[in-house]
Design a protein around this ligand. Sequence first.
Ligand SMILES: *Cc1c(COP(=O)(O)O)cnc(C)c1O
Length: 235
Amino acid sequence: MIQLVTPLIVDNFESVEKNISDAAKKAGRNPDSIRLIVVSKQASSEKVLAAYQAGARCFGENKAQEAVTKIDEVNLPDVSWHFIGHLQTNKVKYLDSRFDLIHSVDSLSLAKKISTFCEGQNRTQAVLLQVNISGEEAKFGMTPSELKKQLSNFGQLKGIRVQGLMTIPPQDPEPENSRKYFLKLRELRDTCQALKVEGIELNDLSMGMTSDYKIAVEEGATLVRVGSAIFGSRS
Ligand SMILES: *Cc1c(COP(=O)(O)O)cnc(C)c1O
């Protein structure tokens, strides 16, 4: 069975990498400055292993308990796991040192919970702050003005280290329509960086999914989160 899925996943992974590299060159960026997060939510451990064999070294999951089970099952030492989903405060306890980066910190109260938890474990968790850049009602994330207002509070939390911003633009069949939101996130990052807030370094921009990662790379993404282009569509 693994023979059936492997070649396809390998091909898909390689073409996504090539597209990232091409988009970077087109924008005059170094392709090495962009990291592909292979979104393995709902993908079996076999599929994760196939992507690993293709060269994937960074995976993204959106459900805490499922992620922990999968991480332990595949048990790959040289892989980095990122958490990309909305996090309820009662699930923070699952996000231990298995996770290198949490992309989806969408409120100060969540950040405080994570910080307290990590201080108890004597470690500092790298996180990104999620911004609702489009202002859609049903989206998680802080508004740009909330973010600016609270930045120094995030910077004071000892158990986390804020290293960038993340956003999810509105779903749209036309990838070009995402461009303005990616541009806005980059501009917001630049504005916040210029405030020189203690404890805050916003180097990463996590933006771009299967439909629009090429555009995101052109607009400055350092982390792209791609699932279905590699594993096929989720049911
Ligand atoms: C599922 C998911 C992705 C990947 O989506 P695809 O369209 O399958 O590439 C990226 N980011 C987040 C936050 C997700 O939940």
